[in-house]
Design a protein around this ligand. Sequence first.
Ligand SMILES: Nc1ncnc2c1ncn2[C@@H]1O[C@H](COP(=O)(O)OP(=O)(O)OP(=O)(O)O)[C@@H](O)[C@H]1O
Ligand SMILES: [Mg+2]
Length: 266
Amino acid sequence: MNETRAQPDRIIELRGVSKRFGSQVVLNRVDLAVQRGSVTVIIGRSGTGKSVLLKHIVGLLRPDEGEVHYEGRRVDQFSERDFKAVRREVSFVFQLNALFDSMSVAENVAFPMQELWSGRRSRREIAELADQALEMVGMEGSQSKRPADLSGGEKKRVALARAIALDPPPKVILYDEPTAGLDPQRADVINKLIRKLQHEYHVTSVVVTHDMKSAREVGDRVLMLHDARFLADGTPEEVLVSKVDQVRRFVQGLAEPEDLASLTEE
Ligand SMILES: Nc1ncnc2c1ncn2[C@@H]1O[C@H](COP(=O)(O)OP(=O)(O)OP(=O)(O)O)[C@@H](O)[C@H]1O
Ligand SMILES: [Mg+2]
């Protein structure tokens, strides 16, 4: 996108965004402002709308009401073609990885770069960038494997490599559960990678996670989505000591009383 306008501090903004599927209200007038260069973490129970929220930022879903802004422009009414320009700057690491089964690992990681730079950078240069990204996530040596032959955590790491492989890195990376299915040490590498991209390349990140350790380590700010709204919003330290019951139980990993109803004796 052209850079002639002054860059706003808020690189992404959701204003009063509502989204329903049939009678189910998933987002109810949600406001969110993401500061340029920050790591914003979104936590919340399964099925609360975290992935739905991320998809609004890149136009994979459109709001029923409200506005989505990117780089000071209202984008929610963009055409599919205009959204493509946004998606060149905003990488999305999908929860289910979305790797192409028919391609090798190396081809998967190279794919967005080929799309973006078709003809302007050599195959060799792209292959080298793909190799570097695979090395960053500890997947060097798997270039010729197929996604079907990888473990769950390995697929996740290849999907991460694909999102970060661009040179320079994307302006924004949206991570949907980047550490799910990874062992604690691999998760630590990914957390450090998110921070490194922030510190060295000023990448803005939005990270959806259930992993409170990861939220604490990477988040400048943590928000908890609950009942279609943000219930908590603060630094990781503030959210961890929240007095709000649902937030406290979530961060401590304790069930909600109604979840236990079916387990209690008559
Ligand atoms: N395209 C769709 N059509 C209908 N319902 C949808 C659609 N996408 C999401 N939903 C519903 O919206 C709700 C929120 O989904 P979402 O995927 O955002 O949850 P989530 O917070 O990411 O959960 P998880 O932590 O399990 O990934 C769910 O009840 C889901 O079934
Ligand atoms: Mg999800």
